[in-house]
Ligand binder design. Structure first.
Ligand code: MN
Ligand code: MN
Length: 467
């Protein structure tokens, strides 16, 4: 008997995760880097869900997408979009197959952790003016102090007129700031846990210190601040009650590393899946199955509210579209497939204790497929079927997509959820895919350029190849 070639045998039998820099061609890597230049511009223009929707609409209209009209009936090749309350958007490319054969959809969220203003936020303390915040999403509060912050959002005046606010992004703009204790006086603070060191109620943003000239006014700095805001935006103190204003880290997305292989930015989670979803929808040719992208809101606080996926807005839209095309909505759902496009935690060598090496996702190893999420025994997860996993694998491999499997950390260390379960409720096949992220939910998160591009290639393959 001949001795088998064990190297060959190993290649055939043993799975090894691939690093894109070992497997991708130079030209493909170059394309990935170019793709990420556009992604960085998208990030800079889309620091809130409202801004992301605006950017998406502008991109879609350039691509010939038109506003959805319930009265119209659509045919193969038509491209339409629907905006829900300025905070979520659905975009569709009608395929040549019957709609009842199902829709291929990619869903990402465009809200990110941040500091929202309270309804009565403006106050003065010791001749300094502050805006009081209530944080949104899962943050480590100590990370948000002593950072340059920008203010973004919308104020609806009592007249009904709405005003857009964005201060802190232009290099000539002022920024805003939360103070921290100096180490010299921080002895007691430093004994606290990281979770207790900066309490939520102390996330008060410093916005000014100059009083009005009249000494009789007791809160002269507050008044002066309001005077400036009134001059610029025509708003009064009570207009904060009908506003969605939010502090986010100021500044643009930047390359990381001498080789520029990574991107540091605010809000990768989950705009890093939103952008590839949009681009894949624009770039997929004449698809046979109808392709849909939904960029949704409120994922970071449990997909609640009428702009989150626990609401019916997406499913009602699909139902209306189905009925207008003479299709049975339930048949459409039953035959539909969905990528729940959201980030996963990249293995971080600085914190090996929370990751299980064999089942983590790694930087530069491509799009990460997550069969299930959840916590404590997969609770709260939508566990993708082996059959659907098989279809996804086959499609990705056939198109030579760089991809890997990954779980979010060790069993029982923590966990997380995505929108997958809200889609699964409608009997749609759904699996989580996305980009591995370092320092997820930190003010500045980091991702790899190859992984961003592989996610685009994966979603494109899904739209074009999955039957
Ligand atoms: Mn996410
Ligand atoms: Mn998140």
């Amino acid at each position: 008997m001949r001795t088998p070639d064990f190297e060959q045998l190993e290649k055939e039998l043993i799975y090894k995760r691939k690093n894109g820099y070992r497997t991708m061609s130079e030209s493909r890597i170059k394309t990935a880097f170019e793709f990420c230049e556009e992604y960085k511009s998208f990030l800079d223009a889309s620091k809130t869900e409202r801004e992301a929707v605006k950017t998406a609409v502008a991109m879609a209209e350039k691509e010939g997408f038109e506003k959805w009209d319930l009265q119209k009936s659509y045919k193969a090749g038509d491209k339409l979009y629907f905006v829900n309350r300025n905070k979520a958007i659905i975009l569709v490319k009608i395929g040549s197959d019957k709609l009842e054969n199902g829709i291929n959809m990619s869903i990402a969220h465009i809200d990110s952790p941040r500091l929202d203003l309270k309804p009565n936020p403006l106050y003065e303390a010791e001749s300094m003016a502050y805006l009081d915040t209530h944080y949104y999403g899962g943050i480590k509060k100590y990370q948000w102090v002593t950072l340059p912050l920008a203010l973004h959002g919308t104020v609806v005046k009592v007249s009904g007129e709405s005003v857009e606010v964005s201060v802190g992004e232009d290099p000539t703009d002022p920024i805003f700031y939360i103070t921290d204790l100096l180490p010299h006086l921080g002895g007691e603070q430093m004994k606290k846990t990281l979770g207790e060191g900066i309490p939520g109620e102390s996330l008060n943003v410093l916005i000014g210190s100059m009083p009005v000239e009249d000494e009789k006014i007791s809160n002269g700095v507050k008044l002066r601040t309001m005077q400036l805001l009134n001059e610029k935006y025509g708003i009064t103190d009570s207009d904060f009650m009908s506003a969605e204003l939010t502090f986010v880290p100021a500044g643009k997305a930047r390359d990381v590393g001498f080789d520029r292989s990574l991107i540091a930015a605010y809000g990768h989670d989950d705009r890093v899946c939103a952008y590839p979803s949009l681009k894949a929808l624009f770039d997929c040719g004449d698809v046979s199955r109808t392709a849909l992208v939904c960029l949704t809101d409120k994922e970071e606080i449990g997909s609640v509210g009428n702009t989150g996926l626990d609401s019916n807005y997406l499913f009602d839209f699909i139902e209306d579209l189905a009925l207008s095309m003479g299709a049975n909505p339930r048949t459409v759902f039953r035959n539909s497939k969905c990528l729940s496009a959201d980030v996963n935690a990249a293995y971080d060598p600085a914190f090996p204790e929370v990751y299980e090496k064999n089942n983590s996702s790694y930087i530069n190893c491509g799009l990460v497929v997550t069969k299930y999420t959840g916590a404590r025994g997969k609770s709260g997860s939508s566990d993708a079927t082996a059959e659907f996993m098989g279809e996804i694998r086959r499609a990705f491999d056939e198109s030579d997509v760089l991809w890997q499997m990954g779980e979010l950390g060790k069993v029982d260390i923590g966990g997380g959820g995505t929108v997958a379960k809200y889609v699964a409720k409608f009997n749609v096949d759904v699996v989580d895919v996305g980009v591995p992220v370092l320092s997820m939910h930190a003010p500045i998160e980091a991702v790899s350029k190859l992984d961003v591009y592989s996610t685009y290639e994966g979603i494109l393959t899904f739209f074009e190849k999955l039957k």
